[in-house]
Design a protein around this ligand. Structure first.
Ligand code: SIN
Length: 326
């Protein structure tokens, strides 16, 4: 048993192609199917050992265009395959741009019991498949190494020899082959010479979701939650515009996550508009736009009365969507 790894293709640069093998920016993402990506990659079978590969093209998108319905589709397939007794892990190929959102979503919703002794491993590339310097093949092999390793657990992402926790990963560079960081949490480990060297464990409460009701989650409408950034000159116009957007008639705005300055601070102009939004029943959370750390709560007044999320704004948006779906 546990002799299969299911590869789910979703698109991204790892499946991208360009006119020339020296073009690493002017390519089109999400062109090559998952079957083709695995073909002619003898090192992959070495990484998988005795495990068999199975493939499924779940979608074919540039991950900048990911939508909630895409996550619902992916979640349904991940849950389906993890529930199969012979599946050791599900390995997802994904674009790097919103990989952290998909990883965080899956981390929040894939039930812990399905992850017992199994993992969801996500991988990607920063150079298209057509590039003379394509990094996808090595990332795929490293991800396969992790997917069959006895040290696998939870939702993990593998890129450039590093293994990140799905809960912590964040894209921090637009071009480098190693564009991710795990912030204060640090990476879970590294893949070296075909071996997964794990250096960190996740805290107990981060090992898997207790989220029940997968059936409802994969079919429910997504409540509209927007992210705004507080910056110099933020006078609240964006908040008023969001509330008055005609889309509100069919899909009302339910929540706003503010990516605040420093320790979750918000420009006074924007704060007034957010107060009005809250009075109109819109849920408002704040977080920090700093790349590292999280909002530190003290006993002070001011924006302290607005709930603070301890993740980045895009991840807090996922938390708010899930909270609103309860
Ligand atoms: C994408 O996110 O789908 C395109 C960019 C990338 O994969 O690096």
């Amino acid at each position: 048993m546990l002799n299969k790894v299911v590869f789910l293709g979703t698109g991204g640069t790892i499946a991208g192609t360009a006119q020339s093998d020296s073009d690493n920016v002017g390519y089109k993402a999400a062109q090559v199917g998952i079957d083709k990506l695995l073909e002619s990659l003898p090192a992959l079978q070495r990484a998988l050992g005795a495990h068999l590969a199975e493939t499924e093209q779940v979608m074919q998108v540039n991950s900048k265009d990911m939508v909630f319905a895409g996550w619902q589709l992916l979640l349904a397939r991940v849950v389906h395959h993890l529930a199969r007794p012979e599946v050791a892990s599900v390995l997802i190929t994904h674009g790097t741009d919103t990989l952290e959102e998909t990883a965080y979503f899956l981390h929040r919703v894939v039930p812990a019991q399905l992850l017992s002794g199994k993992a969801v491993v996500i991988t990607c590339a920063m150079r298209p498949a057509s590039s003379a310097h394509a990094d996808g093949p090595a990332n795929l092999c490293d991800a396969a190494t992790v997917a069959v390793s006895p040290l696998r657990s939870g939702v993990m992402a593998v890129c450039a020899g590093k293994v990140h926790a799905g809960v912590y990963i964040q894209k921090v560079h637009p071009y480098r082959l190693d564009p991710f960081d795990s912030g204060d949490g640090g990476p879970l480990g590294f893949v070296e010479e075909g071996e997964f060297r794990r250096v960190a464990a996740l805290p107990e409460d981060l090992k898997g979701a207790a989220q029940a009701g997968i059936e409802r989650l994969v079919t429910a409408n997504c409540p509209r939650v927007e992210v705004v950034v507080s910056h110099s000159g933020s006078d609240g116009a964006i908040i008023r515009a969001l509330q008055n957007d005609p889309i509100n008639m069919t899909e009302p705005l339910r929540g706003i996550v503010v990516s605040g300055t420093g320790n979750g601070a918000i420009h006074e102009g924007m704060e007034v508009a957010l107060g009005q939004a809250r009075q109109a029943g819109i849920l408002v959370w704040r977080t920090t736009r700093c790349a590292y750390g999280e909002v530190v709560l003290g006993s002070g007044a001011g924006t302290g009365e607005l709930p603070a999320a301890n993740t980045s704004a895009v991840k807090a948006r996922i938390d708010m969507i899930l909270a609103l779906m309860q």
